[in-house]
Write a protein that binds this ligand. Structure first.
Ligand SMILES: Cc1cc2nc3c(=O)[nH]c(=O)nc-3n(C[C@H](O)[C@H](O)[C@H](O)COP(=O)(O)OP(=O)(O)OC[C@H]3O[C@@H](n4cnc5c(N)ncnc54)[C@H](O)[C@@H]3O)c2cc1C
Ligand SMILES: *[C@@H]1O[C@H](CO)[C@@H](O)[C@H](O)[C@H]1NC(C)=O
Length: 500
């Protein structure tokens, strides 16, 4: 098959950049698999640089998914850098100015910071030209929440409008390898039921969480300890409009955020093998009705109950997949195909869009004149792996560590969870720091460690002082256990970020 296609390939380089080369001969500088968040963004960025791009997507219908519905301010800023800011217009998107964390009915507001101060040092929020970001003194940064499919549709339109990008409805089925050098030359795909092939100097795989090609390049699998089950609430009343809601209590966390004028997304984390969601206990519906519903703020319950009766239940795994360096010649994996973190903090699209910005800089025509310069591309990919960490290690570690605390299932984690909430209640930098990290605005892993261990020490302080005098000695003896727990929560994720 491969040989056949190579045989009929025209003399390369001649019409290499043309639309005709892409349409008729299926040849381009870059073949991208997957027109999701990252695929579209990088297609437009490379097209703008004058690269010839083929973008393959298995279904060009407007996606109907429960993922990627809240974009953090750091993602909005990346969209703007890519010239794609207007993809947030006319999709009935809702402004997000922070989070409302509700802990056993007590509320604390986590607003995105105007200026984040860390241990005395000022971290200036990244310069940006968006309305939301302009004049940080007056206005705080904003995120946006929306229907995922509407946003992706806008991104795909941008790719289609770009004269240097050809979008094809095609499902990639296999990689085309050079039999001599093992370099990836492109992909085989199914187009309208027929087998076909597409060739590029570089193949970019952005085929999402269930990536078909990931296993060819790494042995480890994504790890999912829980699933998010989803409902769409109609005209829900929320305690704090224009905020994401995180509801904490005895069980795993529940998220609520408006995704349109009338629609609100509820995401309910359900850990594996949860007894109250077992078949005997009435399955997932039983769990949502008997355990989750009563734990929600009263004003939300009517719309939640209605959705429970009428909406189809859907779920997605909450996966963890640490990043790895792309080392294979001719191909790079990006987005969820390469790196995933728990969706609790809504960081995936912010990572994807910032990765598109960084990648387009590292692969610019000035940096890499021709993309078939495999050695140079791989060198740039090593830089990519380390340079992206300022943002991505923060988002990855924060998501995983916060999930451990918010889904606390033992006494030590429960203490840390309570410490975290009480820490937020202190306000000032105890809110600005964490919310700046969450927003994708503060890109310093050290700031994350600082706040995490501040929370741990504060949790220990509360644990020791909240009991009667008589139990102080016992609690003093037990408190190192809480600190140790905090270390076991954080260190494995730090370690994974230090891997190449
Ligand atoms: C439950 C849940 C909630 C989430 N909520 C948020 C949130 O609120 N905010 C946030 O920022 N992130 C969120 N995320 C993460 C976010 O959805 C992802 O990080 C992001 O979509 C990744 O972008 P991507 O381009 O890598 O993949 P995707 O956006 O999934 O795009 C992959 C594309 O590839 C296509 N494709 C797949 N296979 C093939 C093939 N063989 N051939 C051709 N095309 C193919 C797919 O059709 C799809 O269009 C959530 C994730 C989950 C699981
Ligand atoms: C397409 O590429 C050419 C160079 O090949 C460039 O001059 C042009 O600006 C690009 N078009 C778009 C829409 O970015």
């Amino acid at each position: 098959m491969t040989g056949h296609f190579k045989a009929i390939r025209p003399v390369r380089k001649l019409a290499h950049k043309d639309e005709e080369a892409r349409r008729v001969y299926h040849e381009a500088d870059v073949v991208i698999v997957g027109a999701g968040i990252l695929g579209c963004a990088i297609a437009v960025a490379l097209g703008n640089q004058g690269r010839s791009v083929i973008l393959l997507e298995r279904s060009l219908k407007e996606p109907d998914r429960i993922v990627g519905e809240l974009l953090q301010p750091g993602g909005v800023a990346a969209l703007e850098k890519l010239g794609l800011r207007d993809c947030l217009d006319d999709i009935d998107a809702v402004k997000v100015s922070g989070y409302d964390v509700i802990y056993y009915g007590e509320e604390v507001r986590i607003q995105y910071p105007a200026n984040a101060v860390t241990g005395g040092e000022e971290v200036s929020v990244e310069k940006s030209r968006t309305d939301e970001m302009r004049g940080m003194k007056r206005k705080r940064p904003e995120g946006r929440s929306f229907h995922h499919g509407r946003f992706v549709k806008r991104l795909r339109e941008k790719a289609m409008q770009n004269a240097n990008v050809t979008v094809v409805e095609a499902a990639a089925t296999d990689l085309v390898r050079c039999s001599y050098t093992d370099k990836i030359l492109g992909v085989e795909a199914t187009v309208g039921g027929q087998p076909d092939s597409f060739f590029g100097d570089l193949t970019i795989v952005a085929d999402g969480y269930a990536s078909k090609f990931r296993k060819e390049f790494r042995k480890d699998l994504p790890v999912a300890r829980s699933k998010f089950w989803a409902l769409e609430l109609i005209d829900a009343r929320l305690p704090m409009p224009n905020h994401g809601h995180v509801i904490l209590g005895d069980g795993a966390p529940v998220l609520l955020y408006q995704i349109g004028t009338h629609e609100t997304r509820a995401l309910i984390d359900v850990p594996e093998n949860l007894p109250s969601a077992s078949v005997a206990a009435g399955g997932i519906k039983g769990h949502l009705r008997n355990v989750v519903l009563p734990s929600l703020p009263e004003m939300v319950r009517p719309s939640f109950e209605l959705a429970l009766d009428s909406d189809k239940l859907r779920s997605m795994p909450c996966s963890w997949l640490p990043p790895t360096t792309n080392k294979a010649p001719g191909i790079i994996m990006v987005g969820d195909a390469m790196n995933m973190r728990h969706p609790l903090t809504g960081g995936g699209m912010t990572v994807a869009l910032n990765d598109a910005v960084l990648l387009s800089e590292l692969l610019s025509v000035a940096a890499v004149p021709t993309l078939d310069d495999t050695k140079l591309v791989l060198k740039q990919m090593r830089d990519f792996h380390w340079q992206r960490k300022g943002l991505t290690s923060v988002v990855n570690i924060l998501a995983q560590a916060l999930y451990s605390l918010f889904a606390a299932d033992d006494l030590q984690l429960k203490s840390l969870q309570m410490g975290c909430f009480r820490y937020f209640q202190l306000g000032g930098n105890c809110v600005d720091g964490p919310s700046g990290l969450l927003a994708g605005i503060i890109r310093k892993p050290f700031v994350l460690f600082y706040h995490f261990f501040s929370v741990a020490l504060y949790a220990i302080w509360i644990y020791i002082t909240s009991a009667g005098l008589a139990s102080v000695p016992l609690r003093l003896v037990r408190s190192p256990g809480i600190f140790w727990k905090a270390c076991t929560v954080l260190f494995p994720y730090i370690y994974s970020e230090l891997q190449s």
